[in-house]
Write a protein that binds this ligand. Structure first.
Ligand code: SAM
Length: 239
């Protein structure tokens, strides 16, 4: 029986190959197998060995996407075959990336794993939009929040997030931006609150739309061009 392999959960950053870490690049070059997500820059797969097994795991809302259980099963199968596996995930594995679930599955099965952080979308989008997430005069904290819920009754406590001097970085909010805007204003957010939409943040084709919260919610559908979008709200978003 082959000895057990090892799985590295590696953050691939926001989509620009130059924003992967040197460690991520080294591990890709050493891997026997790479299991990668939709938001990963395709160029980085060229850093793998010619004999490296490449497994696409999908993960795009509304299109082909493997069930999490299937991805866990693939990682276990490869590691049990003694392979060194890179599980390459968009952004950072532990920010809205289900990295925690994958670590739990691997640990429960007795497979060694390690996590290599990546640049999460909020950091990349802040840089593209030149919106500092913190600022000594305007923003003393930043909150990462997802607009995506697992079930219809799992509400997000937006009222609890309404605090002066806090920048909100909202992931996965584009598809439901009208409902999000409604829920935020119900929770006390001002419809004119400065907001920024960033598409493909951190890449050479980043796009930025600035305006008030309700204004952006109304324009978002026509503006969006199909790339991943993050919403920055409050803090220095209007500066
Ligand atoms: C499932 S989450 C994964 C987040 C990822 N783990 C991270 O740390 O960035 C996917 C969401 O992240 C945001 N996102 C990811 N990459 C992005 C980018 N380059 N520009 C804007 N938003 C991005 C979008 O809101 C997208 O719907």
């Amino acid at each position: 029986m082959a000895s057990l392999g090892m799985v590295y959960l590696v953050g691939a950053g926001p989509g620009d190959p130059e924003l992967l870490t040197i460690k991520a690049r080294r591990l890709l070059g050493e891997a026997d197998a790479v299991v990668y997500d939709y938001l990963v820059a395709p160029e980085v797969l060229a850093w793998t060995r010619p004999d490296c097994e490449r497994v696409f795991a999908g993960k795009k809302g509304g299109s082909f996407s493997c069930a999490q259980g299937d991805i866990d099963a693939t990682l276990l199968r490869l590691a049990r075959a003694g392979k060194t596996v890179v599980r390459l995930k968009g952004g950072d594995p532990f920010i809205f990336g289900r990295g925690g679930e994958e670590v739990e599955a691997l640990t429960a099965a007795g497979i060694s794993c390690a996590v290599v952080p990546g640049i999460t979308a909020a950091l990349a989008c802040a840089a593209s939009a030149r919106v500092p997430l913190t600022h000594r005069d305007h923003a003393h904290a930043v909150t990462f929040v997802t607009a995506h819920r697992r079930g219809p009754n799992l509400g997000i406590d937006y009222a609890g997030l309404l605090k002066p001097g806090v920048t909100l970085a909202i992931y996965m909010g584009l598809a439901t931006i009208s409902r999000l805007c409604h829920e935020l204003t119900e929770a006390g957010f001002d419809t004119t609150m400065p907001a920024v939409l960033v598409e493909n943040g951190g890449t050479n084709h980043a796009r930025v739309l600035r305006g008030g919260l309700a204004e952006l919610a109304a324009q978002a559908g026509a503006w969006a061009a199909g790339g991943p979008v993050l919403i920055l709200l409050g803090g220095t978003s209007g500066a």
